[in-house]
Structure formats: structure tokens, C-alpha cells
Design a protein around this ligand. Structure first.
Ligand code: ADP
Ligand code: MG
Length: 687
């Protein structure tokens, strides 16, 4: 693929074609022509170097502004050429552009890039030479509509500067909308354009003007047609018989652990091993074709070189699906990829579907299926966990046992040679046991298809995702502002938000969010909150957290305060957070809940924060909270602070599916992420 940077003038021409205002310009090759051109355009003018090798012209001393006379233009020409040669003696200089000098204005950046997974994205934000420093940009995946463009404009921190900050006149927001619309259309329609930067676009009280245009084109045709495979039938995940190929009696082998974890499988289990006739108490077969009954699922642990042969045999046996645990494929480079392609081809020829390779396979606790080699199988529950990392599955399963969390499905996707995230998402969407879905994602190959599928799934079941790779380290250096401002992580975050996926940063956060959203009440209707607590210090903290994570603590109207005055101690704080004071009994909580329930239109969620003491037991408080939750459509979020003494209350709430947290910051942070996803609430703590 060759990437070609267009000259500024070519960029201007393209933009003008789409209706973006650009300065008048001329290209010159001599000082004399420069003076003529400047005169024709009208003083003052700006002159800039034109060279395919010089990307940042100012850095090369290649931009001179404020040229006011013929003499100055001639001198500027010589100076620009000299600076450019000093900067890079091999740079090919194709001329100098003389352009109309734009009035000072608010400098904005509009850029575009092509993300390997999600395709074209547009970024918008505060521009000028400090863009990388300010990092005040927002981005969207194409295509966009006008409302989204307006939203982008309102979303940046610098928006007040557009509205007219501190007595300044407002800027022409409509002109900006039109410029963005035109640039969007330009990027959408031009298949050859892969990246561009307009920095700056100057915005005025009237109109706008693009005074730099860097456009990068390619001659590569971007058509990546993945053959669409048929959807995987649900029953493939409910096998009646399983064969373990490479099953072993040697406890140091993977084939041992895998068979061992499957010993609870209630259906038929067949070890396959050509050296032994009995393994772990089960009759073993020399190969899969020797098994005298149908096999619904093959689990393969033999060395990579043998996998093509084994898959061939599975095909002959009409095995519908195989889990290839074995590593040593695509993840190992060219040779491994060739081997994986061979396996894929054989499987496809026979119609055998593949999970993996290089994975742990799946755990479906209610069906006694566990093809992994985790230490101990997890408990049944309602969360589906789909992960691109096997190590994380091991960790999460271990942790879930200690934390009373259960799973409907745990799936390790591996190299996704055949079945991908999309297939697993479609499966857990239909799976009745699954109430919430957690994804651990390293990389997605077809981002658009992912968005299509996951946004469907997220309509009926909450989807929470952890995406690894947010650090800048290791990411390729970018050639444009846009490239460096919006890395692929930001694109993923935007894709998640667009698709209704809640992005979180930690495993704990993922499970808390999944639990919060798997409640039948689902999302809160908005971001307005009330806080009720018996812990004064935490009422202040909760205001801090609320602000940090974008939760709005409402002001209580007079009539609510008066109702509360009726039974609260005289010196209560008369505000929200509602501090019931350290001597609050369950009765005081209950009466407060009753008042709030009567005024439930005022708020969308209630944070109840309790700490243990002698006048309030956690189980009594929990029961009042349950009653409160039943009396309102709004979401109730509980934080029971303290140690073991709160366990009884936590247990009661858990049984009724009311999420209770042990750390107040988490409660607000998780809700903040939900609000960000759902309502685009921006908050300092969510960046
Ligand atoms: P670079 O390649 O360094 O980004 P630019 O073309 O953006 O070069 O020029 C650098 C700066 O000079 C711009 O950020 C802008 O402030 C100013 N500038 C460039 N062109 C003009 C113009 N036509 N009118 C007024 N100022 C300009
Ligand atoms: Mg520039």
C-alpha cells in the first residue's frame, strides 16, 4: 500500500469542492512570482513551503505570516526555501504557496483517520499548535448525522469559547456545523482518502476558514470481504457426548486436566488416546472414529502438528463442533498461521465448527461442561463471560469462587479461527440463563460487524466490556495530529458507547456493573440522585464522588424537606445527601424511604449508604431497603460499609438481586460509567 500526502493546495481544492471555505492561493516557483501572486491576492499574505517530505511545515521554518509588501514576499520566498533545505537537505521542494492571510479566529481541529477495526473516524476539538498538549478532542465513527455533529461540538471542553466566553461574542456555530457536515461528506465519499488533518479551521463570528489541509490518500482498495459463515445452532453448545482427544492419565499433562474437569459431565464422555485403553476410569479409544456412537463435541489437546489430522477425523465422524485447546497457531507467526489456515480449510470442508485454537474452550456450569483446565469449575449463575485471554479466565474463575459469583457461560475465544466474538454473543443473547454479559477484549478484527451484533444484544441484555491496551506505549507513532490524538483505544470506547456497551477498566468494575444492570429495573431513567446515609463523613464523600463521576445530586424541594422535618432530629442537614445521623434506626430510614418513594418523580436513583453500629443491624436495614426498592420504579444502589458485621445485610440484598457495594467510590464510578454510556454524561473521573 502506498500512502501519499497531498500538497496543501491539492487539499484546499478537494475541500473547496465539498464546500469547505479555504483561502485564495497561488503556487509560485520564484521570488518574483511570489511578489506578483501576493499582490494579486492582496496583502497581507502567508507563504508556506510545499514539499512531500515536510509534514509539519512550521517545524521546518516553512511558514511565514504577515507578509505586507512585494519586497517582503520576495524575501520570504528565499527564507522559506533556505529554512526548508536546512531542515532537510534531501526534501524535494515543489514550490511555495502564497495564500490569503486569514483573520485571527478560534482555532479548531477537524481530522479523520481510518481505524483498522472500525474504519473511518472523525475527530473534532480545540486546534492550533497546542492540540497534542490540550487533548480536547472528541471522536465519532462514520457515518454521522447532523445531530451527532452538533453533539460533538457541544461536547468539547472548549465549547464555551464557541458560545462566547466572558463577554466575547459568540462564534458562528452554524458555520462550524456546515464545515463539519461538508468534511464528513468528503471523507465518507472519497475512498482514496485514509487520513486528514485540518488544523486549524478558524471560526469567526461570521463563517469559518480552513487554513491548513493535510490529506493522505492511498491507492489500496479497502475491500476486506470475510466469508460469512452460517450461524452456529444453539444446540452445539448443549452437547450430549464429548470426546477428549489427547486425554491423558499423566496429571502433568493438559489432556489430564481437561478430562478431569469434564468428569462431572452428565452425558457421554470419551477419552481418545492411542496408547491406553483406560484413562481416569473411563474406557479410552485409539481415535475418534473408533467411538461407536455419535460425538457432539470434540475437545482437542494434541500437539499443533497433529491437529489437522485430528480435525480430518472429526470431520469424517461428522462431529459438529471442536474446541482446539492447543496453542502454536496464528499467534506464533507465519508458520503457525499456515497451519491454522489448513485446519480451517479442513474443518470448513466437513462443516465442523471450531472454537479456538489457542483457547480454553468453554464452561457451562449448569450443563456440567468444562473444557478448560481451571483449578476448580465456577458455580452456576447468570453472567456470561467471554474472554480473549485465557489467563484472565483462570483468574476470574478463581476469584468468582471466593466472591460468590456464578456464571451461565465462560468462553475463551482464542484465535477465533472460525467462531468469533460475534457467534458467542449471538449464543449468549439467546441463552436463557444469561442475564448479563462481560467481554474481555484485546482486539476485534471486524469492528463494524461487532457493533452491529453487540448493539442488538445490548438491547436485551447488558453488555460490559474491558478493553486492554489503553496505554500509549507500543502504539505506532502517528504521522498526523488526528493519529496521535485518537488512538485505537478511544475508537473502541466510542464504538462501545455507540453500541450500548458499558466500558469499564477493572474486573471488579465489570462484575459490579454487570450485577447492577442485570437487575430487572435495568438502566436508571436519568442521572438525578438522592443519597440517604447514617454516616456523615460519607455524605460529603458521596457528593465528591457524584461530581467526579457525573451523578447529579438534586436539591430537595421545600415540601420534601418539610416532610422530613416531621420526624428527623431537629438539627439534620436539611439537604441532599440526606444525613440521618449516627443514631438513625431502621425506622428512621424507613420513614425517609417512604417520603422519597412518594416523590419518586424527582429522582432516578437512590444511593443508600449504611455503616454498622449498635442501633442499626445490617439485616434490618437491608429489609427496609428491599421494601423501598419494591415501592419505586427507580434504581436503588446500596453501599454497606464496614466488614463482616454487614454480611447479613449484603446476603439479603443479594438474594433479591439488589447490588450492594462495599466501597463507595465503586458505587458511584460504576454508575458514572453507565450514565456515560447511556446519556453521554461527561465527568472528570471518567476520562
Ligand atoms: P503546519 O504544517 O505547521 O501545521 P500550517 O499551515 O498549519 O502549518 O501553519 C501554521 C500556523 O500558521 C497555523 O496554525 C496558523 O495559525 C497560521 N496560518 C497558516 N495559514 C494561515 C493563513 N492563511 N492565514 C492566517 N494564518 C495562517
Ligand atoms: Mg497546521
Amino acid at each position: 500500500m502506498t500512502r501519499l500526502m497531498l500538497s496543501e493546495s491539492e487539499g484546499y481544492d478537494l475541500l473547496r469542492e465539498y464546500g469547505v471555505p479555504v483561502p485564495a492561493y497561488r503556487i509560485v516557483m520564484t521570488p518574483f512570482d511570489a511578489a506578483d501572486a501576493a499582490e494579486a491576492i492582496g496583502f497581507p499574505v502567508v507563504m508556506k513551503i510545499i514539499s512531500p517530505q515536510i509534514v509539519h511545515k512550521s517545524d521546518a521554518g516553512g511558514v511565514i505570516v504577515g507578509i505586507g509588501s512585494r519586497e517582503a514576499a520576495e524575501a520570504a520566498f528565499d527564507r522559506i526555501i533556505k529554512s526548508a533545505k536546512d531542515y532537510d537537505k534531501d526534501a524535494e521542494i515543489t514550490g511555495v504557496i502564497v495564500e490569503q492571510q486569514a483573520e485571527p479566529g478560534l482555532e479548531l481541529i477537524i481530522g479523520g483517520k481510518t481505524d483498522p477495526a472500525f474504519g473511518k473516524v472523525i475527530t473534532f476539538g480545540m486546534g492550533g499548535t497546542l492540540v497534542e498538549l490540550m487533548k480536547d478532542v472528541t471522536l465519532r465513527i462514520l457515518p454521522l448525522d447532523e445531530e451527532t455533529i452538533r453533539q460533538m461540538i457541544r461536547e468539547i471542553n472548549g465549547y464555551p469559547l464557541i458560545q462566547g466566553y466572558r463577554g466575547a461574542k459568540p462564534r458562528d456555530e452554524e458555520a462550524l456545523v456546515n464545515a463539519l457536515l461538508a468534511i464528513h461528506r468528503f471523507f465518507l465519499e472519497r475512498d482514496d482518502v485514509v487520513e486528514f488533518d485540518i488544523n486549524p479551521l478558524r471560526l469567526y463570528e461570521n463563517g469559518s476558514l480552513a487554513v491548513d489541509a493535510r490529506v493522505i490518500t492511498t491507492d489500496e482498495k479497502v475491500s476486506r470481504v470475510e466469508e460469512e459463515q452460517n450461524p452456529v445452532p444453539m444446540e452445539y453448545f448443549n452437547p450430549r457426548s464429548i470426546a477428549v482427544i489427547g486425554a491423558s492419565q499423566d496429571s502433568s499433562k493438559m489432556g489430564y486436566a481437561v478430562l478431569h474437569n469434564l468428569l462431572h459431565f452428565p452425558g457421554q464422555l470419551y477419552p481418545v488416546n492411542n496408547k491406553r485403553s483406560e484413562i481416569q476410569g473411563l474406557k479410552a479409544y485409539p481415535n475418534i472414529t473408533a467411538i461407536p456412537a455419535p460425538v457432539d463435541l470434540a475437545v482437542i489437546t494434541v500437539p499443533a502438528m497433529q491437529v489437522p489430522r485430528v480435525i480430518e477425523e472429526c470431520g469424517q465422524k461428522h462431529v459438529p463442533m471442536a474446541v482446539i485447546i492447543t496453542a502454536g497457531f496464528k499467534e506464533m507467526g507465519e508458520e503457525g498461521k499456515a497451519l491454522e489456515d489448513r485446519v480451517k480449510e479442513i474443518a470448513r470442508r466437513h462443516g465442523t465448527r471450531i472454537i479456538g485454537p489457542n483457547c480454553l474452550g468453554m464452561i457451562i456450569p449448569t450443563r456440567g461442561i468444562d473444557t478448560t483446565y481451571v483449578h476448580q469449575s465456577p458455580n452456576p449463575g447468570n453472567i456470561a463471560f467471554i474472554s480473549q485471554s485465557g489467563a484472565i479466565i483462570n483468574t476470574v474463575v478463581d476469584w468468582s469462587l471466593a466472591n460468590g459469583i456464578g456464571f451461565s457461560n465462560v468462553i475463551s475465544v482464542g484465535n477465533q479461527a472460525d467462531l468469533t466474538f460475534l457467534d458467542y454473543l449471538r449464543y449468549v443473547e439467546k441463552d436463557e440463563k444469561t442475564k448479563a454479559i462481560i467481554l474481555y477484549i484485546e482486539e476485534i478484527s471486524d469492528g463494524k460487524a461487532f457493533m452491529d451484533v453487540v448493539s442488538e444484544v445490548a438491547k436485551t441484555k447488558p453488555v460490559v466490556a474491558i478493553k486492554s491496551g489503553s496505554s500509549r506505549k507500543g502504539q505506532a507513532a502517528a504521522a498526523s495530529h488526528t493519529g496521535s490524538l485518537s488512538g485505537s483505544y478511544e475508537v473502541y470506547m466510542e464504538a462501545f458507547r455507540r453500541s450500548g456497551v458499558i466500558a469499564v477498566h477493572t474486573l471488579t468494575g465489570a462484575f459490579l456493573a454487570a450485577r447492577m444492570l442485570s437487575h430487572p429495573k435495568g438502566y436508571p431513567r436519568g442521572k438525578r440522585a438522592v443519597v440517604v446515609t447514617n454516616a456523615g463523613g460519607f455524605s460529603v464523600l458521596s457528593s465528591d464522588y457524584a461530581e467526579r463521576y457525573g451523578v447529579e445530586i438534586i436539591d430537595l424541594p421545600k415540601e420534601v424537606i418539610e416532610e422530613l422535618n416531621g420526624f428527623l432530629p431537629e438539627f439534620w442537614n436539611k439537604g441532599n445527601p440526606i444525613d440521618l445521623l449516627g443514631d438513625a434506626t431502621e425506622r428512621r430510614f424507613e420513614k425517609t424511604f417512604e417520603v422519597l418513594a412518594r416523590h419518586q418523580d424527582l429522582w432516578d436513583m437512590a444511593f443508600i449508604i449504611g455503616f454498622p453500629n449498635l442501633v442499626l443491624s445490617s439485616d434490618h436495614l437491608a429489609k427496609r431497603i428491599l421494601k423501598f426498592s419494591e415501592s419505586t420504579e427507580n434504581r436503588i444502589l446500596v453501599t454497606l460499609l464496614g466488614g463482616d458485621s454487614m454480611d447479613a445485610g449484603r446476603e439479603i440484598l443479594k438474594e433479591q438481586n439488589i447490588p450492594s457495594f462495599e466501597e463507595l467510590d465503586f458505587t458511584f464510578r460504576v454508575m458514572g460509567r453507565v450514565l456515560w454510556q447511556k446519556y453521554r454524561v461527561r465527568a472528570p473521573g471518567l476520562l
